[in-house]
Design a protein around this ligand. Structure first.
Ligand SMILES: Nc1ncnc2c1ncn2[C@@H]1O[C@H](COP(=O)(O)OP(=O)(O)OP(=O)(O)O)[C@@H](O)[C@H]1O
Ligand SMILES: [Mg+2]
Length: 235
């Protein structure tokens, strides 16, 4: 069984969709379409009666819903119907940033708190699809780079044990610079947005997808009022 993302052209290039109950990374530079990708995934779930969860670590969910309202898929409708839940972890991240600044000890790390919230919603509300936007602030609350990597590894491990499929959105401007989370994830998708002559070109590339046959080429991608569309044409 595969989890369809509902992104036109994407599911076909990964043998029908994502393998369920796994952890995936969707990475890309600013404006590449990461949030839109995540929202397609949740809306598709909602259409199939699967409850989704959008965990926002930096942005107020109200702004995200407003931004997504320019697309034809109706995020607000599914949110009001309780099929897409939004959780704002921004205020907690500020608490952790302040604690670090003041060198205060916290009982648990920021990533642990986020996981607690996610696992409670999976248990209580039966959430099946999770989007975490984004990986950058997950590292708050851990000191050295080594500690941060250990923290992220623990977070990934916990997510993998849930009976839900997770997409972690990741800011990346240098797409040749792999980070530890790329190795930990079951699958990694890069969204490119680069200058080609005088025009910006969008492309989607499946870097890895364990258990799936796929190519690693850059597929032409478009964002329109209907959201993301991926083409078979290579860039
Ligand atoms: N209705 C629309 N029609 C066409 N393109 C749109 C529409 N709405 C948004 N876009 C494009 O989609 C881009 C936004 O994509 P999105 O917010 O998913 O990117 P992101 O990778 O999450 O960005 P960030 O790094 O800022 O979080 C916009 O920058 C814009 O170019
Ligand atoms: Mg975004």
């Amino acid at each position: 069984m595969r989890i369809r993302t509902g992104i036109q052209g994407f599911d076909d290039i990964v043998q029908g969709g994502l393998i369920p109950n796994r952890v995936y990374i969707v990475a890309g530079p600013p404006g590449a379409g990461k949030t839109t990708f995540g929202m397609h995934f949740l809306v598709q779930g909602a259409k199939e009666g699967e409850r989704g969860l959008y965990v926002s670590l930096t942005e107020d969910p109200r702004n995200i819903i407003e931004d997504m309202s320019t697309f034809s898929f109706n995020v607000k409708r599914y949110s009001l119907a309780g099929l897409i839940l939004f959780v704002d972890m921004g205020p907690l991240s500020i608490q952790y940033m302040n604690a670090i600044k003041n060198k205060e000890m916290m009982k648990s790390t920021y990533a642990e708190e986020i996981f607690k919230k996610i696992s409670a919603l999976v248990r209580i509300k039966g959430v099946k699809r999770i989007v975490i936007d984004s990986v950058l602030t997950l590292k708050y609350g851990s000191g050295s780079e080594e500690d941060q990597n250990r923290e992220i590894a623990r977070f990934f491990r916990s997510l993998k044990d849930l009976k839900a499929t997770s997409l972690i959105l990741s800011e990346m401007t240098d797409l040749s610079n792999y980070s530890p989370e790329h190795y930990m994830a079951h699958g990694v998708v890069f969204l490119h947005n680069f200058l080609n002559g005088n025009t910006m070109t969008r492309a989607l590339q499946v870097i890895k997808m364990r258990g799936t046959h796929h190519d690693c080429d850059m597929h032409k991608m478009e964002i329109s009022a209907d959201g993301i569309r991926v083409f078979n044409t290579k860039v």
